[in-house]
Ligand binder design. Sequence first.
Ligand SMILES: [Zn+2]
Length: 293
Amino acid sequence: MIAANVASFDIEEHDRIEAAAGLTCSAELKSDYAARMEASTRRLLDQLAAAKVAATFFVVGEIARTHPKLVRDIHAAGHEVGSHSWDHRRVHRFTPESFREDLRASKDALEQVTGAAVFGFRAPTFSVTRDTGWAIDALAECGFEYDSSIFPVRHDRYGISDAPRVPFIAQGREREILELPPLTYRVAGMNLPVAGGGYFRLFPLFVMRAGLRQAARAAVPQVGMLYFHPWEFDPTQPKLPLKRLARWRTYVGVGKTAARLARLLGAFPFRRAIDAVRDIRASGVELPRFRIG
Ligand SMILES: [Zn+2]
């Protein structure tokens, strides 16, 4: 069956992460995080070039304004540029109308700097859930071809635990969109979220690799969608003043990530998400349908 692995990078400054919501950062620290976001992303571009891997970058729209050269360089290196919203607010913070405006603003800003169409979207903190199913309609209305925001896991902050683990058609109220869920590993009747985050930084790489191997064996089209952030590759960054658990969750394993990513890139074939989407469409194979809205 059609199977592809996608290395995706959510490009945001470190102070935009969900765990930092409610914290006030000095202007000086914010500008340091912005500079580090660019430097880390450029190191990732070098690492991808060395491994000859084309990836998908979901970029915060505002970064197209503040760092246009960086976004152009991502595109020029052969990677796909998708949207990671305008300024990294969770979908729960919007009405359907204001969410459409946010989508259009980010898509336009990114398209203007690269001169290429934006096809894909990733919601901040995977915040397309049962409560925000109307986001599916908005994404289709704004011309996105696919979404990668629904995590089929049980988690305190995100996820639709009974959503398919394979590419599926997410049905909103009236419209639908192709959904590429982040990789999970099915074991002992549970979906483990092995696509990135703590699973990438905390656990030995074999869990993520087992997930990718399971994806490659699927009898239906499957996409091993992984996700990473530039701040996860910056062990010397100043730490945010987070509470103990959030601090541990955020920074555990940050010193090991570059080497781990290199091993993954060397061990598995990777493509851009939009290429996997086109293959799936061209195959004419019927995908599972799942109603959210
Ligand atoms: Zn994000």
